[in-house]
Structure formats: C-alpha cells, structure tokens
Design a protein around this ligand. Structure first.
Ligand code: MG
Length: 289
C-alpha cells in the first residue's frame, strides 16, 4: 500500500493511494504516527477500509505533505554509506578515500521535514551551498532495542524517498553536521510510504536525482556499505528505536560539492528525487531573502 498524509479543502488526514485516488483513512487514525503505532491491526483496518471504499478523492485535488509531517524525533541519517560517494567526498578534499568501519550517524531536525512538492527555501544570507542527496528512507514500525540483523526487517513499517539536502558551507564549517543538515525545507520526503510488504527487495532499487531535468545521481541501493539490517542492528544496540522513526540510508555519488567545478542549487531550480518502486519528489528552489 501507498500511505499518504494529504490536505483536501483545508483538512489534513491520512489516506491510501489507489491509482489516482486517495481513500480517506481519517476514521482509523488521526495521523500517520498513530497508524504506525497500531501495528498489524492498523494495517488490517486500512485494508478493510480500502476494499470497502466505493471511490476516493482525486489525487490532483489534494496536496501531499511528508508522510510523517512532524516526526517524533530527529531523522537519523547515515553518512558516507556508498563507496563511490566516499571516494568523491574524500577526492573533493584531495584526500585518499577510506571506507567507514562503523556506520556514520548524524541527525536532521524534525523542522527540516517538508512535502514531496514543497519549495526549498534559499536564503543566501544563511547558505550559498545547498546540495542534493537522494536517499532511501526506512520507517520503523515497532519499538525495538538490540535488534539482530536477521530479525531487523521485521521492524520495518515501510519506505519512502528522502532528499538529505545539505548546506555544505554550514556543514563543513561546524564540527557537527546538525546545523548544515537541518535548515527548514531541507528534508523533503514522500510522496508516500510504501509498506514493507510491497517492497520485499529494498536493496535492489534504482535511485536517481535530477536538477532541472539533468541527471546528477543514478545508482542502486545494492551499493550501500551498511545495508538496512546492519544499520538497524547498529542503531538499536543499547538505544531504543520507536515506531515512526525515520532512517535515511545514505546517498550515492553525484552530489554537487564533489563535482568539478562544484555545483549547488540556485533559486528557480527544480530538484527531482526518484526511487524505483516508490515514487518521485519534485521540489522547486525558491529565493527566501
Ligand atoms: Mg545524506
């Protein structure tokens, strides 16, 4: 199933997308986090509602928000999780690449989250180096701690597309990534959550990123250094994961700062982030000052 958070005539609700319509699920849960917390019984209710619904709201009459518009806590992100991206990142600094021994984890503020068509604010007094990072995001379905890799996939609710937009000047200047990764509007997500049952092979997906129609990133999720089970096992070691937690699994090569010459987003650009089997984000960059 494809689960959305949508706005229709000023009302925000969750729904299931069936072809070009949305089946309203507002009677099952008021928001996506509540639905996820309901676990298998919530999904069973959704299936019953979808089967019984005569028709839905036309998608084009709605605005989609991020599937989880206000996450309970920060988005957890993997840095340097694709070998070719490790090479380009070190190479841009004239250094020899070294693959990470353990997952590199940082987070993005919840206030950075935005929808699949939301504008990306560009405030040149804050940053002039906004860069793209298309990523597969994993949505955790149930609480867990010390989850083993062999059981990790059972803890996944679903998947979505995320762009870990990064203010490189802020990111590189600080000793932590947090500020450079957390500007408002720099975590577009969606267009929906594809439930885990519909995406049994999340390590076999093409992911692409385009700026104004020009392909900048084009890779496959099979090239992750730390795959999804290893990542969940690592993160949950001694640290509880919660329903609705979002884990961004890292970006492949082709980011702007590592290009020759470096490239960054500009007002008027349109950023598209696509993952096979999930969908596409289409976010315009808008001057904000
Ligand atoms: Mg990233």
């Amino acid at each position: 199933m494809r689960l959305v958070t949508f706005v229709h005539h000023g009302r925000t609700a969750i729904g299931a997308v069936i072809e070009e319509h949305i089946i309203d699920l507002g009677h099952i849960a008021p928001d996506m986090l509540t639905l996820i917390e309901k676990g298998v019984s919530g999904l069973a209710q959704v299936r019953t509602a979808v089967a019984a619904a005569p028709t839905g709201i036309p998608l084009h009459e709605t605005t989609l928000l991020a599937p989880i518009p206000t996450p309970r806590r920060n988005i957890m992100c993997l840095g340097l999780n694709y070998a070719e991206h490790v090479k380009e990142s070190y190479g841009a600094r004239g250094q020899q690449a070294k693959l990470p021994d353990v997952p590199i984890i940082f987070t993005k503020a919840t206030t950075a989250v935005s929808g699949p068509t939301a504008p990306i604010p560009y405030d040149q007094t804050i940053t002039t180096e906004l860069d793209w990072e298309v990523e597969l995001a994993v949505i955790i379905g149930q609480a867990g701690k010390n989850i083993g890799p062999h059981e990790a996939m059972n803890f996944i609710f679903g998947y979505t597309v995320l762009n870990d937009i990064s203010a490189r000047d802020l990111q590189m200047r600080g000793k932590q990534y947090f500020k450079g990764k957390s500007l408002d509007g720099t975590c577009p997500m969606g267009p929906w959550i594809v439930t885990a049952d519909e995406l049994p092979q999340p390590h076999n997906l093409r992911l692409t990123c385009r700026v104004n129609g020009v392909t900048k990133q084009d890779s496959r999720t099979e090239f992750m250094i730390f795959n999804i089970p290893l990542t969940i096992a690592y993160l949950s070691g001694g640290m509880s994961l919660l329903p609705g937690d979002i884990i961004a699994t890292g970006t492949p090569d082709g980011v702007g700062f590592a290009r020759t010459p470096p490239e960054f987003l500009q007002p008027g650009d349109v950023l598209e982030s696509e993952i096979e089997g999930i969908g596409t984000l289409r976010n315009p960059v808008i001057g904000d000052r």
